[in-house]
Ligand binder design. Structure first.
Ligand SMILES: Nc1ncnc2c1ncn2[C@@H]1O[C@H](COP(=O)(O)OP(=O)(O)OP(=O)(O)O)[C@@H](O)[C@H]1O
Ligand SMILES: [Mg+2]
Length: 250
């Protein structure tokens, strides 16, 4: 290992457990990326890093989202996953540590949701790979500079930006899915184009409680855009979403 890499390694070693450090190392030796660079988003459940694709910075970055294995939120994750028909087997297996099993499924679900989002025509980071508690995806930004969240970067044309967000939400709903955690904190303003992120809560609309999650997403977006002077009636947006979903069910 090069000296610089060794030094950086020490820093990450102190942040993560041995298991996670080994996974990061494996993914890097498998050629998914060269080295982790800096944290973009240290959240409660996960930390997102930028990582250099190769030893040449000109080749750009990918985003590496690492779920903390010690997260206290894993019980909530389990409750959300259990009602997702795609993960209903989770509670029935006793293989491995339940906490880890839940976090790995949570990571896998985000990967699968990102693939579905792209298929549905929703602008979201391209997922590249997942391994246990680590998700690799396209980096949204320029070079190593991540684009800001909508929360940090108010759109120049709120009306137009809101329209794009609701069109994407409609596409996602039409494909039978709900985001479940949509807000100005999980939308990136990339050169005035919305990019939805953080798809780990995303579930099929046929799962129980999904309607409430959709309502929450719609309410949240409307509240945000109304503050920017955009007319937004949550009730009529909800009607539009339900129509889109019904169309697809026919
Ligand atoms: N693909 C990406 N490209 C650039 N920046 C990203 C990307 N994904 C996430 N980020 C940044 O990292 C931050 C955290 O990401 P994200 O919202 O996915 O995780 P989180 O909210 O910490 O996790 P969770 O809610 O799942 O615990 C985001 O707010 C955003 O600033
Ligand atoms: Mg988030």
């Amino acid at each position: 290992m090069a000296r610089k890499q060794k030094e950086e390694w020490k820093v990450y070693n102190s942040v993560f457990d041995n298991f996670t450090n080994r996974r990061v190392f494996t993914l890097s030796t498998q050629g998914y990326f060269h080295e982790l660079r800096s944290t973009i988003g240290p959240g409660k459940e996960a930390i997102v890093f930028s990582a250099a694709k190769t030893s040449r910075d000109a080749d750009g970055a990918i985003a590496v989202k690492i779920y903390r294995l010690e997260t206290a939120g894993f019980k909530k994750m389990y409750d959300y996953l259990r009602v997702d028909p795609r993960f209903s087997k989770l509670g029935k297996t006793s293989v491995g540590d339940p906490r880890r099993r839940t976090i790995f499924s949570w990571t896998e679900r985000e990967y699968r949701n990102l693939l579905l989002a792209r298929d549905a025509g929703v602008r979201a980071p391209m997922p590249l790979a997942h391994k246990d508690n680590i998700l690799l995806m396209e980096f949204i930004g320029h070079g190593f500079e991540a684009s800001p969240l909508l929360k940090q970067a108010r759109p120049h044309d709120p009306e137009d930006f809101a329209k794009k967000c609701f069109d994407m939400l409609e596409a996602w709903t039409r494909s039978g899915m709900v985001h479940g955690d949509l807000s100005e904190y999980n939308i990136i303003n990339h050169d005035e184009e919305p990019i939805f992120i953080d798809f780990s809560h995303s579930a099929p609309l046929k799962a129980p409680n999904s309607r409430e999650l959709l309502e929450r997403d719609v309410q949240g977006l409307c509240t945000y855009f109304r503050k920017l002077g955009v007319e937004c009636d949550a009730h009529s947006v909800m009607t539009r979403m339900i129509e889109a979903y019904k169309d697809e069910e026919k």
